[in-house]
Design a protein around this ligand. Structure first.
Ligand code: NAP
Ligand code: ZN
Length: 347
């Protein structure tokens, strides 16, 4: 075991504070990583505040991890000391179920998440990336190209793959009209990917101050979602809408904008249910409401390679870990352009 420094929440109402804990020494298939950067996902806030009702404390959040390999186990073949690598939301899965066989480990019933998840090695709980180092099975470690800025790459490990995966699954490309709801960490990556795939991209935002940024990020049009007249101009015109909003809201306003057979895909996970959707909106045009969870490891690597090839990273605000509690308050006010990333050199 080895001592590691991090930041943890001790209860669902306490601020994050310095915390010292133990990580396992690398086993034969493990990679030990010095964490350089870790993104701040809205899911971290939901879990620190126990908004999903499944939190265990102390909790070291963080699942958008980029760092350097410092040690490898005897059976590690895919990584060497000094490599730039990433770790996302998962650190293990059963490996044998149909989800794992299909490279969709995120849907494995025994997926082990990077933090706030039972840790099969320690018998305790997994601890995430708001810390100096992490030890992860090589099958859950991603290669990161040194062409990319490492700090701005960290959010790709969750915000990136969570938006890339549904856009790929629903075959978004040239000729498609795609909506992205909410311009935050996920939303800004959704715009970048949908634009890179050749779609006509419309951002739905509640924040008029974000219009110029949305266009710079790749949106062809911006709609203020609180304005019913602006919304009505897009009735029954979308192939696909990716909804990243972290709060309950009326989904009917968006299902009404789908074409026949169009899909509203929910990736935001509010603490309370959305008001129930109007059935008429769905049946008269055979519209779909779907959900999507991050992405598998193979697809995450594909996404990182796509980003290296197309020079895509996140727009970030780099912060020292000592300001993490203020950063959470700013995320809750939608006041971040567009992802906070912790510089672990500050710890
Ligand atoms: P974020 O940075 O806070 O962005 C969310 C955006 O939603 C805000 O910037 C805001 O955009 C909009 N918004 C917030 N409150 C709203 C409200 N009451 N009504 C309408 N719009 C509102 O959060 P994030 O990190 O992108 O995460 C978004 C959600 O996705 C969270 O619930 C998170 O837990 C979840 N998530 C899911 C997965 C998955 O695998 N499915 C993975 C990661 C995260 P505007 O200012 O543009 O309106
Ligand atoms: Zn996340």
């Amino acid at each position: 075991m080895q001592k590691t420094q991090g930041y943890a929440a001790h209860t669902h109402t306490s601020a994050l504070a310095p915390f010292s804990f133990e990580r396992r020494a690398p086993l034969a298939n493990d990679v030990q990583i010095e964490i350089l950067f870790c993104g701040v996902c809205h899911s971290d806030i939901h879990q620190v505040r126990n908004e999903w009702g499944n939190s265990t404390f102390p909790m070291v959040p963080g699942h958008e991890i980029v760092g350097k390999v410092t040690k490898i186990g005897s059976e590690v073949t895919q990584f060497k000391v000094g490599d730039s690598v990433g770790v996302g939301c998962m650190v293990d899965s059963c490996g044998v179920c149909s989800e794992c066989q299909d490279d969709l480990e995120q849907y494995c019933n025994n997926a082990e998440f990077t933090y706030n998840s039972p840790d099969k090695h320690s018998g305790g709980t997994t601890y995430g990336g708001y810390s100096k180092q992490i030890v992860v099975n090589q099958n859950f470690v991603l290669q990161v190209s040194d062409k990319l800025d490492l700090a701005a790459t960290a959010p790709l490990l969750c915000a990136g793959i969570t938006t890339y995966s549904p856009l790929r699954h629903w075959n978004i490309g040239k000729g498609d009209k795609v909506g992205v709801v909410g311009l935050g960490g996920l939303g800004h990556m959704g715009i970048k990917f949908a634009h890179a795939f050749g779609a006509h991209v419309v951002l739905f935002t509640t924040s008029p101050s974000k219009i110029d940024d949305a266009k710079r990020l790749g949106a062809d049009e911006v709609v203020i979602s609180k304005n019913p007249e602006e919304m009505a101009q897009h009735t029954a015109s979308f192939d696909f809408i990716l909804n990243t909003v972290a709060a309950p809201h009326n989904l009917d306003a968006f299902t009404a904008l789908l074409k026949r057979d169009g899909t509203l895909c929910l990736v935001g996970v509010p603490d309370q249910p959305h008001p129930s959707p109007a059935v008429g909106n769905l049946i008269f045009k055979r519209r779909n409401i779907a959900g999507s969870l991050i992405g598998g490891i193979k697809e995450t690597q594909e996404m990182l390679d796509f980003c290296a090839e197309h020079n895509i990273t996140s727009d970030i605000e780099l912060i020292p870990i000592q300001t993490i509690n203020e950063a959470y308050e700013r995320v809750l006010k939608s006041d971040v352009k567009y992802r906070f990333v912790i510089d672990l050199a500050s710890l």
